[in-house]
Design a protein around this ligand. Structure first.
Ligand SMILES: [Zn+2]
Length: 489
């Protein structure tokens, strides 16, 4: 059990744990187990598209992903090993019942009538009761139960007609409006660290900063208080060259063939731009380094304009604010003939309200911040709008590459699109909480190169070895999971 995740989950439980189940058709809250403090488990897109502008979206985003960190999934064939769990047969029956009568009636019929505990019901939805809840009152399991039920209800069933690599290639060739969802895994071959994962990547470099939680580096409050912390590591995550990977080249190829509907990326490295993905085809769900904005006057510049200072480990300051200050300070000199500009501690750069003892504001230019989404900031709402108002009616294929799809909002996409749209996964590690039609496991650069070779497409990239041979092996437990391995000669 991840200690950090356990702690975060425990906090709301000490207050009253509660569950809001919202009926998506009516928008009504159909079941609530406690009045205040809600864990919103609404998985409908209407929330997605509106949440970016309300003040609570970042809580929902974080709470949900933290819950997911604490979640351990179990398959039906593992239920027998879990004490107090449903049998596989019971689990199937409960899930079927949920789909038959809907969420509200299901909650009423089970927890409402006390026919089964939430703890046991969690196991019917593949959720292992976590160890840290052992001995807690049954209400403590309600949020997990609601999460499991929501997931099950919106779960998309694998389409049985798509299984083989040939099927995948055929889909690539015939599809005209492809959504590509990408994550950190597509940039790691450039040496760009996976900055949100806890054990690997950037976080391990952050211990020396003495942060209690490495995520603090991307905390907007801390940034405003002391931008030097972020800027001490920003150079490590800054895109440094105009490079891109074979996987980015593959997405560009889809665009060139007129097949790319949208590339939704969780990455902030802006490598998509290097590969020539058009801005109108690209949604950077967590923002990017492509632009930077003044935290004071909101003046926005191209990201490159602050890269030099970032590379030197300096804190970039706003030029508009600086100019403004020069004008003001000249005025002040005439009036007061005193120090209009004072050197300030880094910590106070951002403090708008700070004033000197004799009562006037000490002028300081705003700090420039790359337009990546920090924890505590709203996600760009372009994501939900694009998905719901534009893509949902057009998409004919979804390809997920290099992400475990655990973090919202991208994690929601597969459940939001029409069920009959084929969904493919290309990833180093399997994703178990979503049923993809075809799973292609391996280095994504290798997988896309092989897919293109089989499609007869020219994917030219210096990182693809000439005449690369790839072995594809069917996973023995599955009809649609394939492992890709380059043949080392
Ligand atoms: Zn400014």
């Amino acid at each position: 059990m991840d200690v950090a995740a356990g702690l975060v989950v425990e906090e709301p439980l000490q207050k009253a744990p509660m569950v809001n189940v919202v009926d998506h058709l009516t928008g009504e809250v159909v079941a609530t187990s406690a009045p205040e403090e809600t864990l919103d488990l609404d998985d409908d897109v209407s929330q997605l598209s509106s949440s970016a502008s309300d003040g609570e979206s970042e809580d929902g985003w974080e709470t949900q992903s933290l819950y997911e960190d604490a979640l351990q999934f179990i398959r039906d064939d593992q239920l027998a090993t879990v004490p107090g769990a449903c049998t596989a047969e019971e689990a199937r029956t409960y899930r079927k019942r949920l789909h038959t009568i809907g969420k509200a009636a299901f909650v009423e019929e089970t927890l409402g009538r006390g026919t089964i505990t939430a703890k046991k019901l969690c196991t019917a939805f593949g959720i292992m009761p976590p160890g840290f809840l052992e001995g807690a009152p049954d209400e403590a399991y309600h949020p997990l139960f609601a999460l499991g039920m929501s997931r099950e209800f919106s779960r998309r069933e694998k389409l049985s007609q798509y299984n083989t690599i040939d099927d995948a290639v055929e889909l690539l060739k015939k599809s005209k409006n492809i959504i590509v969802l990408t994550g950190a895994g597509i940039s790691t071959s450039l040496g760009i660290p996976d900055f949100r994962s806890k054990d690997t990547g950037l976080y391990s470099k952050l211990e020396y900063l003495g942060l209690s939680d490495p995520q603090e580096v991307f905390d907007i409050e801390l940034f405003c208080e002391d931008p030097s912390i972020f800027y001490s590591i920003a150079k490590d995550i800054l895109p440094n060259e105009k490079k891109f990977t074979p996987t980015h080249a593959f997405i560009r190829l889809l665009q060139d063939k007129g097949k790319l509907l949208t590339n939704f990326t969780q990455n902030i490295d802006n490598v998509e731009a290097n590969a020539g993905i058009l801005p109108e085809k690209l949604i950077q769900c967590h923002g990017s380094f492509a632009t930077a904005s003044c935290t004071k006057c909101k003046h926005r510049v191209a990201g490159e304009e602050v890269f030099n200072e970032i590379r030197k480990g300096q804190i970039p300051l706003c030029v508009v604010c600086k100019e403004q200050l020069q004008v003001t300070s000249q005025g002040m000199k005439r009036k007061r003939s005193s120090n209009g500009l004072q050197k300030k501690d880094r910590k106070n750069y951002e403090d708008d309200d700070d004033s000197s003892e004799d009562g006037y504001e000490i002028p300081s230019p705003g700090v420039m911040k790359p337009d990546i989404t920090f924890f505590g900031e709203d996600l760009p709402d372009a994501f939900g709008r694009r998905l719901v108002e534009h893509d949902r009616d057009l998409v004919d294929l979804v390809i997920v590459i290099g992400t475990s799809l655990k973090v919202a909002p991208v994690a929601e996409v597969p459940g939001i699109l029409p069920r009959n749209i084929p969904q493919l996964l290309i990833s180093r590690t399997p994703v178990t909480h979503i049923d993809f039609d075809i799973n292609m496991l391996g280095d994504c650069d290798v997988v896309v190169a092989e897919l293109c070779r089989r499609a007869g497409w020219d994917l030219d990239h210096e990182m693809i070895p000439e005449g690369q041979k790839v072995e594809v092996e069917l996973d023995e437990d599955s009809v649609s999971t394939h492992k890709f391995n380059p043949v080392i000669l």
